[in-house]
Design a protein around this ligand. Structure first.
Ligand SMILES: *[C@@H]1O[C@H](CO)[C@@H](O)[C@H](O)[C@H]1NC(C)=O
Ligand SMILES: *[C@@H]1O[C@H](CO)[C@@H](O)[C@H](O)[C@H]1NC(C)=O
Ligand SMILES: *[C@@H]1O[C@H](CO)[C@@H](O)[C@H](O)[C@H]1NC(C)=O
Ligand SMILES: *[C@@H]1O[C@H](CO)[C@@H](O)[C@H](O)[C@H]1NC(C)=O
Ligand SMILES: *[C@@H]1O[C@H](CO)[C@@H](O)[C@H](O)[C@H]1NC(C)=O
Ligand SMILES: *[C@@H]1O[C@H](CO)[C@@H](O)[C@H](O)[C@H]1NC(C)=O
Length: 404
């Protein structure tokens, strides 16, 4: 039995978000808004799996991961296919007679998110296939049609050359931001899927770097670190989740994308909140928010996190894909293929402006009465989402801003 390696990697460098999600008109009765909603519950499930492993920072792109597996829906059949539908919470969007319905929804969502052209979202999916493997024509066509995925034939038996080829490809696609995506390749690799995504966003209302100063961040009762704390006083949407014991703040980026920060109250253990986040609650937060003048203190931070999804997803029921019982017959009829590796990598860099030059024009005004404060000086959760569709581009939790 040969080993076949499918490795998916997503990269999201820099400030913010990435990804997709949009909305759309009715397709087979399901809408991109339904898709976003379901994807959010998947995201939270995945989040809980990750948080079971450690109590550190977390950051990933739910939409990016789901999109890659929507592509794998086109490759799989039987039990493997069912497991993906179920694990990704897509079962109810599936129509027996419309195998392309879900990929089509993802496509519509993505179009909706990027339609404007102004959102700087670069994503790319490429499949590297052994030049010895003949792919099913239908699969190849669908990958191009719904995911604009390029399929590249690689001579995997020439290990060194393949690594160079793949790294060069990704480097080119990410405009030099990601230089050495892979360092080794298993000689048995037959198939590899790489998905890169890069989002760059600027705050609609930037922070003034002159107001950034060193302040304390309380990781827990015993650990305090110094951070570069940004400061801004402006009108923002803010709310409370009384049940969770947390405050919510929405910080908009340009072009219809926002970051929602969920800050547990001082006496609330953030691990309790892990179990309570879901799509329904997320939507409830919007209803609770009102626009108000508020003093915001938010640490600058960077995160670079990667996850081995082939280890996490089996716990969510997506298991046969990674074993010898994988049913990938829609990708290739004759061979016993399986997926040995799926990697996800996400990067975020939050600072005063995003990545471009400061454009702050804030003038300090002494208020007659002190505005409420939103001081992010302890572990918090954040969600970067597309407003029109509620598509969750990124989800994360920051426990310690000084570690990567
Ligand atoms: C995106 O989807 C939302 C929700 O369905 C819709 O209101 C909006 O008009 C769509 N935008 C575009 C550009 O298609
Ligand atoms: C989709 O909508 C059509 C027309 O409204 C309806 O007849 C059909 O039953 C719906 N299908 C599903 C699966 O909801
Ligand atoms: C894959 O699934 C299809 C549909 O259930 C089934 O007919 C086929 O035998 C399966 N093939 C493998 C190799 O499991
Ligand atoms: C693939 O690489 C191997 C090892 O370098 C080489 O022997 C073989 O000729 C190559 N095949 C093709 C089709 O280039
Ligand atoms: C498209 O971009 C323009 C200019 O930035 C903005 O005013 C508009 O709200 C955007 N529309 C959507 C649907 O994001
Ligand atoms: C920051 O301070 C410098 C020096 O006082 C000043 O020249 C600059 O305009 C300030 N920048 C902003 C964005 O206020």
């Amino acid at each position: 039995m040969t080993d076949h390696l499918v490795r998916t990697t997503w990269l999201f460098p820099l400030t913010f978000l990435c990804f997709f999600a949009p909305a759309c008109q009715e397709t087979q009765n399901a809408t991109i808004t339904d898709l976003s909603y379901r994807n959010m519950d998947f995201a939270v499930n995945l989040y809980r799996r990750i948080s079971n492993y450690h109590d550190k920072n977390i950051f990933f792109s739910p939409l990016s991961i789901s999109t890659t597996f929507a592509a794998l829906l086109l490759a799989t059949d039987g039990v493997t296919h069912e497991e993906i539908l179920k694990g990704f919470n897509l079962q109810q969007l599936d129509r027996a007679n419309q195998p392309e319905g879900i990929p089509q929804l993802f496509q519509l969502l993505h179009e909706n998110i990027t339609q404007n052209g102004s959102l700087k979202l670069e994503q790319d999916m490429a499949m590297f296939v052994s030049d010895k493997l003949d792919l099913e024509k239908t699969f190849e066509e669908q990958m191009g049609k719904y995911f604009e995925a390029e399929i590249k034939a690689v001579n995997f038996s020439d290990n060194g050359q393949s690594v160079v080829y793949i790294n060069d490809y990704i480097k080119g696609k990410t405009k030099d931001r990601i230089k050495n995506m892979i360092s080794t390749l298993d000689a048995e690799t037959k198939l590899m899927l790489i998905n890169t995504i890069f989002f760059r966003g600027d705050w609609k209302s930037p922070f003034n770097p002159n107001h950034t100063k060193t302040e304390a961040f309380y990781i827990d009762n015993y650990n305090v670190v110094n951070v570069q704390m940004m400061y801004k006083e402006a009108r923002f949407f803010m709310g409370h989740d009384v049940f969770l014991g947390a405050k919510i703040l929405k910080l908009p980026y340009d072009h219809g994308v926002s970051m929602l920060i969920l800050l547990p109250n001082k006496d609330v253990d953030h691990t309790v909140i892990d179990d309570e986040i879901n799509a329904h609650r997320f939507q409830g937060w919007f209803a609770s928010m009102t626009e108000i003048k508020v003093e915001v203190h938010l640490p600058k931070f960077k995160m670079e996190e990667s996850y081995e999804l082939h280890k996490l997803l089996p716990e969510m029921g997506v298991s046969s894909l990674f074993t010898n019982t994988a049913n990938l017959t829609k990708l290739h009829k004759d061979e016993d293929l399986k997926v040995s590796e799926v990697r996800h990598k996400a990067v975020i860099d939050v600072d005063e402006t995003g990545t471009t030059a400061a454009a702050a024009t804030t003038v300090g005004i002494i208020p007659y009465s002190l505005p409420p404060t939103f001081i992010v000086n302890r572990p918090f959760f954040f969600f970067i989402y597309h407003e029109d569709t509620n598509a969750l581009l990124f989800m994360g939790r920051l426990i310690d801003p000084t570690t990567n």
